[in-house]
Design a protein around this ligand. Sequence first.
Ligand code: ZN
Length: 225
Amino acid sequence: MTTPTNHELQDLLDNNKRWAADTETREPGFFSRLLKQQTPQYLWIGCADSRVPANELVDLLPGELFVHRNVANVVVHSDLNALSVMQFAVDHLKVKHIIVVGHSNCGGVKAALYDLRVGLVENWIRHVQDVRHMHSEWLYTVPEPQRVDALCELNVLEQARNACHTTVVQDAWGRGQEVVVHGWVYGLHNGLLEDLALTAGKAEDVDPAYRRALANVKRRYAPQD
Ligand SMILES: [Zn+2]
């Protein structure tokens, strides 16, 4: 029986059929190969925002990117969901890179900056408010129109640093496994990803990488004379 909801979703199912057929035509055997294994090199931890679709932005196919997304790309040490994704990606899939990706004009970051009342999710973005409070002295020197984007970038740095401090990453580094944590930001206005240069491949890298990346962000948003 066709319900009104099914009818509304029919476009998506039709798109899917076309996509599967096109993919198989372009690369015969694509799906049967994927069935056997996935060997992604990268774990993407990004925002749930629909304008920041992980695979499309970096032009990767199914099987090439392991993805975790939540509101405002938060990595928090008590989040079993994110930690489980990281643990599976690092211990079993042996990803080489973990990329924490924020984006400009993020709604979650904006809510955290302006104390917007948005319901249950306010509790989640308290983690972003922690970032705001941690950097408030500097943040309020940034001209108001750029402040959201500045906090988006600070949030990437803090969440990437949190990723470095998880038991998953610490244990991987401890046993000499090659895994590098990165912090990137995506520009909604131009479609471009930017590396914030928080790049850590071992425990000793974390503090210098964080300080360097933080200095870069501060330089970028310094008031112009
Ligand atoms: Zn967002």
